[in-house]
Write a protein that binds this ligand. Structure first.
Ligand SMILES: [Fe+2]
Length: 255
């Protein structure tokens, strides 16, 4: 609570985003994109706090699931999605609303909140809830109930870096399974090259200049009801059957 009070006072005092122009879109990487020619992921490294233009802007509102809660069965059950989306994801937005009420960040995009609060110890609660809200927006769209294929551009990049899609998915499973404790596995674009990385807790790649293309959630709440301690089984099934390559392809085109 004390940390939250400090965070709110600090935000109210700063006022740095009070005049920020906020264009809201449906999702992270949504339709309301800004000019993508002005800023690359690498530029973000040099400008801390600035939202990479390719991200667009996401409202501080829980978006609808892009499919029914049973659409990923039997790999991910409706019960898991019910708790994961309906309780965990919703709670990150609810917490964020409480933390930011009456502050200049209350009307900012999720991306603005994340970039503003990253690496700010007094704003750790704000960052954690905003980043988890964004990561989950991205996660639901990283999965698909139907089979999808990478675009020619993404396929060429996969072959160039990993040799094959099979090798890439194996790397994603291995890297994600090895995350110690809670976190995320990602396919990202790093300086124009694909890379598989993992992040801890709420950390998200774009704060360090990496453009996210796909993610898999390895917090226990993502799989424990269905797989208990068998995280690798959840990852193998999810990555092999439900990754949304069309979403990854569209994200690659925007960077
Ligand atoms: Fe999660």
């Amino acid at each position: 609570m004390l940390n939250s009070l400090i965070s709110r006072r600090r935000l109210i005092a700063s006022g740095t985003l009070a005049s920020a122009s906020v264009a809201l879109s449906k999702f992270a990487f949504g339709a309301s994109m800004q000019d993508t020619s002005a800023q690359s992921p690498a530029d973000a490294k040099a400008m801390p706090g600035v939202v990479p233009a390719y991200l667009g802007s996401s409202p501080q509102t829980l978006p609808p699931l892009p499919y029914a809660d049973n659409a990923l069965e039997p790999v991910i059950s409706a019960r898991t999605i019910g708790f994961h989306y309906g309780k965990h994801h919703r709670a990150y937005f609810d917490n964020l609303h409480k933390l930011l009420a009456g502050t200049p960040l209350a009307q900012a995009s999720l991306e603005q909140v994340i970039m503003h609060s990253h690496d700010q110890p007094a704003l750790a609660d704000v960052f954690n809830n905003a980043a988890q809200a964004w990561n989950h927006n991205f996660y639901w769209n990283s999965l698909s109930p139907v089979t999808t294929q990478p675009s020619e551009k993404l396929q060429a990049a996969i072959v160039r870096k990993f040799g094959s899609t099979e090798a890439l998915t194996k790397a994603l499973v291995t890297t994600s399974a090895s995350q110690f404790g809670s976190g995320w596995g990602w396919l990202v674009l790093d300086q124009g090259e694909l890379a598989v990385i993992k992040t801890s807790n709420a950390e998200t790649p774009f704060t360090r200049g990496l453009a996210p293309l796909l993610t898999v959630d390895v917090w226990e709440h993502a799989y424990y009801l269905d797989y208990q301690n068998r995280r690798p089984d959840y990852l193998v099934a999810t990555v092999s059957q439900h990754l949304n390559w069309a979403f990854a392809s569209a994200n690659l085109d925007r960077v």
